[in-house]
Structures are given as C-alpha cells and as structure tokens.
Design a protein around this ligand. Structure first.
Ligand code: TPP
Length: 689
C-alpha cells in the first residue's frame, strides 16, 4: 500500500479542527482525499517554516521575551509523526516545541502571543516559548525531566483504559540525562503506550554529538527491550509512513516504541548562537530541506495558494498577537491554603488514641485506596510482606494489588511518572524510602510538579503526594538521617506538611491525597511508633487547635494546665514538637518558666498568624528544628515575626542541628542534633536576659 493510501486511514481530528476554524479555511478545491492529505501536509510544513522565520526575524526588534529554539529544518519530524494523532493522544515536547505545537493543531496567534508574553498566549504569557499546554499538548524546557512525566501520562491512560497513546520528543543531547533511562526502564517494565521520538540533529546547543554521545542511540532503547526504528531522512512521507506503523503498534499492541530520526537543524540553537560552519549549514539546506523535498509533490497552483494563505495567516496572527493585552498578577497564589477537591469522597480515617502515628498513616492509606481507585501507592520495596523500609505500607499490596506499585530504585523517575499520572487524573502517593533521597527528586518537584499548575496558566492540576521519612537518632549515618525539607520550603506551588503525634496524622494525609495540589509530606522516623496524643493523654497540658489559616492542616497550641500566662513562645514541628513538649514540661516544673508550644503541621507556605498571636502575648520566641541552623525554617519564621512585630518582638532564638553531616555514632549524633537540653538551655537564657 502506498503512502498516500496509508494516509487515508489516519484520523486528523485536531488538524481538521484547526482547518475548520482557520481564517483561511475552505478556500481549496481538492481533487482527492489523498491529494488533500498531501496539501495539508505541505501546509503544516510551510506553517512551521514561516512561523519560525517570523520569530527569528522579529526577535531583534525586542518583541518577544526570553529566547526561542526554532524548528527550522526539522519540520518533517513533527508533521510526519503528529499527522497520525487521534484526538485523545498526548504529546509531550521539549524546549524546541513550536513545530510540535503547530503540527499538533495549535494556532499561530496564541503561540506568537505566548512568546510576546500576552494574556492571550497559550499559557497567558506565564510559560513563554518553552512551556506550553493546550488540550493534550504539554512542553517543558528541562532536558530529560519531561520523559518520566510523559511515561506516567501513558500509564495513566492505560490504567483508565482509554485508547490514548503518548508521544514524547527529545533531542540527541538529552540522551545524556539519567532520568531518561529511568523512564525507559519504567516504560518497558510497565508496558506504557508511549512513542519516544529522538530528533538527532547532531548537535546539542553548541556541542556536536561526537563530544556528547558514546555508543549507539538505538542500542539504548533495545537495552530496555523497546523496539526502535531509525530513519535518516527529511522526507515527511518516509517519516509519516514509519511513524504510522509505530503508532499503530503502540496503540494496538501496547508498550513503548522508539523512533530515532536523524535530522538537521537549519537555524541557530536559539537566536545568534550557531557555532557551525556556515558552509555546512548551507549544504544541509540545499540537500535536506523538508519543505523543498515535499513541494514538488504538489501542483504549482495549489502550492502557491497554500503559501499565500499561510503567509496571510502568519501576518494576521502576528498582528493580532501584537495588539493583545499583557496579563496581570494580582494577590497571592491560591495554594497557600489548600482545600480537598470537591470530587473526592473523603472518608475521615478513624483516629484511635491507642494507635501510633505509623498505624494512623497506614490506616489512612488503606481507607483512601479502598474508597478511590484513582489513588495509587508507589515506591521502592513497599510490597507485602516487607511493607516498606519503615512498614508504613504494610498490608496495602495484599489488599489492593492493582493500586500498590513497587518500583525500581529510580526516585526521579518514580516522582516524574507519578506527576504524569496526576496530570491525567490519578491521585498517586509516592513513598521516597529515606528523606535523604529527595535530592534526587528535586528537578521533578521544583521544575515540574510544583510549576505545572501555574506555568500552564491554571489549566492543569497535579494531585500528587510525596511522603518520606526524615530525621536522625537511628544511627543511620550521614546519608540516611538528614532533615532536608528546608530544600523544598518556599517552592511556589508546593505545600510542605509535617504531621505530629497530635491530632490525627492519618486524616492529614487523607486530606493531602484529596487535595488537587502537590504535597510534600514529611514524616519523622521517630514519630512512627509514638502514640497519638490528645487532651486526655496529655495530662499536664491544655491542648488547643488554632485555626486562623484557611487550611485543613491544623496548628496546635500546648501550655501547662492551670499555669500562669506563658512568657515564652516555643515553635516546633514534627518530632521536635515531642521534644519541645517535654522541654516545656521541665521548664515549668524545674524552673518555673511557662511557655506556650505552638506546633504547625503546614510548614510551607507558612501562615504567620498563630505564631504572631502567641508572640504578641509573650514577646519572646524560640524556634526549634531538626535541620541545620543556617537559612532554615526558623530563620524564615523569625524574619517574618520581626517584619510583623518590629520591636514588639523582644527576643528571638533558634535551636537547630549543628552544621555537620549527621554522624552515625550515637554520642556524636546526640551532639549534632538538637535535644531537650538544648531547648531548655536556650529558653532559660532567654528568660534570664
Ligand atoms: C537539564 C537541562 N540542562 C541544560 C539545558 C540547557 N539547554 C537547553 S536546550 C539544550 C540542548 C539540547 O540538545 P538536544 O537535546 O540535542 O536538543 P536540540 O536543542 O538539539 O533540539 C541545552 C543544553 C536545559 N534546558 N536543561
């Protein structure tokens, strides 16, 4: 069957939609459906060409923000592959995304507007050239990071039993990123319906492939048992033909596929940064121009008509975008105070005071898994009978084998995959075995998970929870004992929660799972076996739940029963709140120093009000944390208190870990980590001053 006839099979919903709404639609008289396809393909190639030329021509005029990575010379790849898309299929693109976006069916005007930073842009001017989201099209500008996310999307669609498949684009330079290989492993292990398209243009920014790539490109995919096809052409027909076969295989047989396209970049990497010999680039243009290769297949009249129409479309789109307004930002970003999603049937996990923090969290996972099949628990070694390194997931995989997924040791890959699943409507809960390994997920959390909602102009949600045990005092040594949540405090779009033994930690987790925004849920290891505390069990204390912030994450206040009014505010979270409670008790009974202990369960974004209210009563604040002192949570809180209270805050101090890696030896660890005595000493010194 010839190429033209194969094309007849393809459904082009997105593009036909574009065509219907195009300002130049309906002006053609087509001879046959095959000819229609050929013309349409030329239109797509030429649209990308003209769009990108216009961008490069106008950049020096200062009309666009940031930078651009044009798709000149590579047009046949996007058009050849995406011509076979079905309506629900997903495309995840990279920094060089304009061609993919236009071939997906995106309008020129919104893309110009996005580059110009206008409110009518694809993402309202928030994303710019590299960060686009429209329908099932996504792009991000961090090399490699998109690949687990795209894999997760494919897996989500598979789980939902939709027919949608995912296509992810990457360049040859991105073959150097480790997270790609985590993604290929997961995609192959879990049979993700995804096509990886490598566009090998022989150069990454200014680094030629000889300096960046060892070994074979195709062998990289074969090593993971991913069938791979290689093409060295700029002919859209050849690419389209192969892509159709691979996409059909992915769609109907399942599992990942790879297409390696050897291609050539005609323009600079971004704007004025082409380090290649101009003669070489000129030769590329002479010999491998996708537009020139396809053009002779059209009769000259139709071709001229298409070109005239596209030229008009470019002009019209550019002018419209130029006259569009700029966006504005007003107020705070809403994720400061999260609320559980309305479409989640939130069953409050029961809290039993005989229970421990661990049982409470485990119980919440049981209940959410049983009530909502969108909830998945994903992590390393979490299956029964082992049930996770700290046993938090014990019993889950026996009860919900389909919803509990054990993974390879691939922290970034797991979080990326879960992010993709969350973007497509699932509610994954990822366990990172030790909090120390969150360093490996930083790119996923900071550049993907936390950014997606805002960067994509509020068009998406990422209901993802990342749980992890943090902290020392178990003798695990420098890489298994740290308190690293400060790395994620103040990341816009991410909420950091830390349960304590107070109240119902399981309920806090259930609410986090029901929330539409991403959560980082920090569980201190030493809290796991602590009994839950309530007013009855805390015989010495009055316990109050403060509720000035509009969030389900409570802040607690503890003060000694029937004691004089507190003269000092102590602020602590997680396991440090347990130590601080004992310190408050001893301060009262041994030294007649009365303190109010304030215990937040939401660390970031942090709502000051409850602490300020307490500090206005005591004028003295001591902040306790298990992480290192410098630039920590306590520094931020005290800065905020000074900003709100000025000289009304008479004394402020921090108790935190000393600036060492956490040692394994017990006595050394005790010296480095803050303890009850440190809190008492600081409190006494403050009161003596
Ligand atoms: C993680 C990361 N490192 C570096 C960059 C800067 N950067 C942007 S594009 C690029 C080259 C990418 O090369 P390749 O994957 O071959 O794609 P191409 O630009 O050739 O399309 C680099 C280094 C980035 N965006 N992300």
């Amino acid at each position: 069957m010839g190429f033209m006839y194969r094309l007849l099979d393809c459904k082009m919903d997105v593009k036909s939609a574009f065509y219907l709404f195009s300002p130049v639609a309906g002006q053609f008289k087509y001879n046959s459906p095959a000819m229609t396809q050929s013309l349409e393909i030329y239109r797509q190639l030429y649209r990308i060409r003209r769009f990108e030329e216009t961008v490069l021509d106008n950049f020096p005029k200062g009309l666009f923000y940031g930078t651009t990575h044009t798709y000149l010379g590579q047009e046949a790849n996007a058009v050849g592959v995406l011509t076979h898309l079905q309506e629900d299929d997903i495309v995840f693109s990279n920094h060089r995304c304009h061609g993919h976006f236009l071939a997906y069916g995106g309008e020129m005007r919104v893309l110009f507007a996005e580059l110009m930073g206008k409110s009518t842009g694809v993402c309202g001017g928030r994303g710019g050239s590299q960060h686009l989201q429209w329908r099932n099209f996504y792009s991000n500008g961090v090399q490699g990071g998109i690949l687990p996310v795209a894999t997760g999307m494919a897996l989500a669609e598979k789980r939902k039993e939709s027919a949608a498949i995912t296509i992810a684009f990457l360049g040859d330079g991105t073959l150097g990123e480790g997270v790609l290989y985590e993604s290929l492993n997961l995609a192959s292990l879990w049979d993700a319906p995804i096509l990886f398209v490598v566009e090998n243009n022989l150069i990454a920014q200014t680094t030629p492939i000889e300096l960046s790539l060892a070994g074979s490109i195709t062998a990289r995919f074969s090593a993971f048992d991913i069938p791979v096809t290689e093409l060295d052409t700029s002919d859209v027909q050849e690419i389209s033909e192969q892509a159709k076969l691979l996409l059909d295989e992915t769609r109907f047989q399942g599992g990942p596929r790879a297409l390696v396209l050897h291609t050539l970049r005609f323009g600079p990497h971004s704007k004025g940064d082409d380090t290649r010999d101009p003669e070489l680039v000129a030769a590329f243009k002479r010999e491998r121009d996708p537009v020139a290769i396809h053009a002779p297949r059209l009769d000259p009249e139709s071709r001229a008509a298409i070109e005239a129409e596209v030229d008009l479309e470019v002009e019209f789109a550019f002018e419209k975008a130029m006259s569009d307004p700029y966006p504005e930002i007003s107020g705070q970003w809403a994720v400061v105070s999260g609320q559980p999603s309305a479409d989640v049937d939130l069953q409050s996990p029961t809290s039993n005071i005989q229970s421990t923090v661990l049982k409470s969290i485990n119980n919440a996972l049981h209940q959410t898994l049983s009530h909502d099949d969108r909830v998945l628990v994903i992590g390393e070694d979490i299956l029964d009978p082992y049930g996770g390194a700290f046993k938090v997931t014990q019993g889950l995989s026996d009860a919900f084998p389909e919803q509990v997924l054990t993974t390879p040791i691939s922290e970034a890959g797991i979080v990326g995959v879960a992010a993709g699943m969350a973007l497509r409507g699932l509610r994954p809960v990822v366990e990172i075995m030790f909090g120390d390994f969150v360093t490996l997920i930083a790119d996923q959390v900071i550049n993907h998970v936390a950014k997606f909602r805002w960067m994509y102009n509020d068009q998406v949600r990422v209901p993802l929870v990342i749980r992890t045990p943090m902290g020392g005092r178990r003798g695990y040594g420098p890489t298994h004992s740290q308190t690293l949540e400060k790395l994620f405090l103040g990341v816009p779009g991410l909420r950091v929660l830390a349960p304590t033994a107070l109240g119902n930690p399981g309920e806090l987790l259930a609410q986090a799972i029901a929330d539409d925004d991403p959560m980082f849920f920090v569980e201190n290891k030493l809290l796991y076996l602590q009994k839950l505390q309530d007013e009855k069990s805390l015989t010495d204390f009055e316990l109050q739940e403060l509720s000035s912030a509009e969030t389900y994450a409570p802040t607690y206040s503890l003060s000694i029963r029937r004691a004089p009014a507190p003269e000092l505010t102590i602020l602590a979270y997680g396991y440090m709140a347990e130590l601080a409670r004992e310190a408050v008790r001893q301060l009262a009974y041994a030294f007649e120093i009365f303190a109010e202990l304030v215990v937040p369960t939401q660390l970031s974004p942090f709502d000051n009000e409850d602490v300020v209210a307490s500090a206005r009563r005591t004028h003295k604040v001591l902040v306790v944390e298990e992480g290192t002192l410098t630039l920590g949570w306590g520094a931020e809180i005290l800065a905020r208190l000074f900003e709100s209270m000025g000289s009304e805050l008479m004394q402020a101090r921090r108790v935190a870990a000393r600036e060492f890696p956490v040692p394994a030896s017990g006595p050394l660890e005790e010296t480095v980590l803050p303890g009850i005595d440190d809190i008492i000493l600081s409190a006494r010194e403050m009161m003596e001053n």
